[in-house]
Design a binder for this molecule. Structure first.
Ligand code: NAD
Ligand code: MG
Length: 359
């Protein structure tokens, strides 16, 4: 039986990679839903390529409910991905989850819902995909080691980072991704989101999630088992790999990309500089505090990044904005998505007020 696949964010970086994987195996996959909010002419082209798919640029939640896919690839950028993830789970669809914001904002509620619905959430974020498959093979680890490329400013001094432009921040050394996640990679807020994502997905304490800078982006993450041994997953930096792993799961995916050659491979590792990238420490703190702090970390950072992109603040203001919003009280217990959306909205208002005061 073919898997009926929905691709949310079909015109984006993840969406295109997912369509590439699926197009190579029409015997196993049928695209039943495609969604996009931007690059609508590209969506129209896709409609011609996949004539049986429903294509939407609004009313996405209704479309998911109507189509009831077997598996949904969520490649929507940012917090807008949360509600579509929930709609997919409620429709009984497994979730191939690239949209890390779903887990950061409301991970515990979403995991609980998935359990109630009997559906699986298979992470697509490359680090979490690596860890997920390692844990499936080896069991629960004592420590998770997330690798980070270090981004374009790895070798910059703080002084040199003072006046970097949006264009500088978009020049990622190893990965080709959408705008928001690329800026987050430059500030290391992306790794911060991934620390939180790992804590929630793999039910592990924040202090047992470590970060190591690995500029080649070949080792996609590691786990340390209780006997002290480290296990890693290695491949070229290409998202078709973790996407295929999620789409074929629980089967083993056929190779989605060329194999890695070890003939002349150098792998480097170094400690992340938390003075240069203070947003990393904020993520560990938000993960420790739990409650609404992870959601607020994401919301404040999203606002800060959109201000940086529109030249309303500088690059080094991004962690300052997140820090300002996070020092407020977000310790309210919650058991519904409405509370999450409300905190998200409030945190954004606080971020915007702070940015206006800074100017
Ligand atoms: P992108 O900007 O390239 O694409 C985003 C897609 O989402 C587009 O199709 C856009 O039309 C759609 N979209 C944007 N806003 C929307 C909204 N409000 N409602 C509905 N659809 C909307 O982004 P991307 O780089 O593909 O990233 C997507 C997600 O995957 C993010 O959560 C990102 O953190 C995660 N992710 C991406 C990569 C990568 O390599 N690109 C790797 C790991 C995780
Ligand atoms: Mg990642």
């Amino acid at each position: 039986m073919k898997k009926r696949v929905a691709i949310l964010g079909a015109t984006g970086s993840i969406g295109k990679s997912a369509l590439d994987v699926i197009s190579k195996d029409p015997d196993n996959f049928e695209v039943v839903l495609l969604s996009a909010r931007s690059r609508i002419t590209e969506l129209e082209q896709l409609k011609k390529q996949f004539p049986s798919a429903v294509c939407v640029n609004n009313n996405l939640l209704d479309a998911i409910r109507n189509v009831q896919p077997d598996i949904t690839v969520n490649g929507i950028a940012g917090s807008a991905g949360l509600e579509p993830s929930i709609a997919a789970i409620k429709s009984g669809s497994n979730l191939a989850l690239a949209n890390k914001e779903t887990i950061v904002m409301a991970g515990e509620l979403v995991l609980k819902l998935a359990k109630e619905m009997g559906v699986n959430i298979i992470p697509v974020d490359s680090e979490h995909s690596a860890i997920y498959h390692l844990i499936n093979g080896l069991g629960a680890p004592s420590e998770i080691i997330l690798t980070a490329s270090g981004g374009p400013f790895r070798k910059h001094t703080i002084q040199e980072m003072q006046n970097v432009t949006v264009e500088d921040a978009l020049a990622h050394p190893t990965w080709n991704m959408g705008t928001k996640i690329t800026i987050d990679s430059a500030s290391m807020a992306n790794k911060g989101l991934e620390i939180i994502e790992a804590c929630i997905l793999f039910k592990i304490q924040a202090d047992n999630v470590k970060v190591v800078v690995h500029p080649q982006s070949i080792v996609h993450s590691m786990i340390r088992m209780h006997n002290g041994a480290f296990y890693a997953q290695l491949s070229k930096p290409d998202m078709r790999n973790p996407i295929a792993d999620a789409l074929y799961w629980p089967e083993i995916a056929p190779p989605a990309i060329d194999p890695l050659s070890f003939d002349s491979l150098t792998l480097e590792f170094e400690k992340p500089d938390t003075n240069k990238f203070p947003i990393l420490n904020l993520a560990w703190e938000a993960a420790r505090l739990g409650k609404l702090y992870p959601c607020v970390y994401n919301a404040a950072n999203e606002e800060a990044v959109s201000c940086f992109i529109s030249n309303k603040c500088g690059f080094l203001d991004i962690p300052k904005i997140a820090e300002y919003v996070l020092q407020m009280d977000w310790s309210k217990e919650f058991d519904n998505i409405e509370a999450v959306l409300e905190a998200d909205k409030k945190a954004r208002l606080e971020a915007v007020n702070f940015i206006q005061k800074m100017r």
